[in-house]
Design a protein around this ligand. Structure first.
Ligand code: AMP
Ligand code: MG
Length: 330
């Protein structure tokens, strides 16, 4: 071996040793916050994991400001207040993708129900019987009233945007980009009912019990990297005179959906899809929602108020019922 070769070998060996010493090792970090009016939790295994976890929560906060109906200074708030306005970045992408999902679901998902959701939120704060006439008037605004062109979002006929059905999933999509950039090895990120499972190997997701105040699961589903969202009657609601008024609205009637379902969980390749489609499949109901999921290639779990669990074919071997009062209907 000549002198030059020895030098090169030495330099390479030094580089390997130095990088092993200097490059941060994989660590695991967990962070929690309240984002989009719900619990956010991030668990990341990667180099500089606490920085990555922090960035995920920061990006969710930024997205929230863009797409929130109520946050002052936010893009969506301005669009709603003025009937038109600019949006950019992730927020603009959320509107474009959501409109596509509204069309795909035949309006079961409708992001222009803002006046109606405002009305139901007022009733929730001060529980009172809903007024049919008001609901009749408010339900008229549909996603077709929304136009998007050159970064400008415009609303016709007094429509108001509400991205509550897609925002948490969209935050999971932002988290995915951050984890990819950081070359993270594994992560679980959740914003309320929307979860991102990131990394190799398998993960287990719990299907929540619809029982008031319970944090138990009625079943678990083994899954791999991807996005999972659940929409349920038990998440936000008020009870009045024996009726439960929950937060998932049927755009046709303007009332909370009453179709015997208590939750729908959808598995998808993006967060915005899983979030939008769990809401939409809930609105469609068991038969139509299940057909929609199957014919569009999504896996899903539907739970009804008779403790029946219905799962798409692809999940049959991955679901385990953990609460004996529930059973899978074949
Ligand atoms: P999720 O929890 O994802 O099912 O979203 C429910 C939230 O989306 C509600 O709190 C409303 O703000 C809004 N929402 C309710 N019904 C609909 C609907 N049919 N389409 C779109 N957004 C809806
Ligand atoms: Mg949703």
């Amino acid at each position: 071996m000549n002198f030059k070769r020895v030098l090169i070998c030495l330099a390479l060996a030094t580089a390997v040793v130095l990088s092993a010493i200097l490059l941060p090792k994989n660590t695991t970090s967990e962070s929690y916050d309240i984002v989009m009016d719900t619990n956010a939790s991030v668990s990341v295994k990667s180099r500089r994991s606490s920085e990555v976890a922090g960035n995920i929560l920061i990006s969710a906060g930024k997205l929230e400001k863009q797409i929130s109906k109520t946050m002052s200074g936010g893009d969506l708030k301005t669009v709603n207040a003025e009937g038109s306005g600019p949006m950019d970045g992730a927020g603009y992408g959320v509107i474009i993708d959501s409109l596509e999902l509204c069309r795909m679901t035949g309006g079961a998902l409708d992001i222009a129900l803002g006046s109606l959701t405002d009305y139901w939120n007022t009733l929730k704060k001060n529980p009172a019987e809903p007024d049919d006439d008001i609901i009749d008037e408010l339900k008229g605004s549909k996603y077709e009233c929304v136009t998007v062109k050159d970064g400008i979002v415009s609303l016709e006929g007094g429509a108001l945007l509400d991205l509550g059905a897609v925002g948490k999933g969209a935050a999971c999509d932002e988290a995915y980009r951050i984890l990819n950039d950081a070359k993270a090895s594994r992560a679980v990120v959740s914003f309320g009912g929307s979860i991102l499972f990131y990394g190799k190997g398998s993960f287990t997701v719990g299907i929540s019990s619809p029982v008031k105040g319970s944090s138990d699961y009625i079943a678990t589903v083994k899954t791999t990297q991807g996005f999972v969202s659940t929409s349920g009657t038990y998440e936000r609601y008020f009870d009045l005179n024996g009726v439960r008024y929950h937060h998932i609205l049927d755009p046709v009637t303007g009332y909370p959906v009453q179709n015997g379902l208590v939750s729908v969980t959808v598995f998808a390749d993006s967060g915005i899809e899983s979030d939008a489609l769990s809401t939409a499949c809930f609105v469609m109901g068991l038969e139509k929602g299940m057909n929609f999921a199957v014919s569009n290639g999504y896996e899903a779990v539907f739970v009804d108020d008779n403790n029946n669990i219905y799962v798409t074919e692809g999940l049959r071997d991955s679901v385990k019922v953990t609460d004996s009062s529930y059973s899978i209907v074949k």
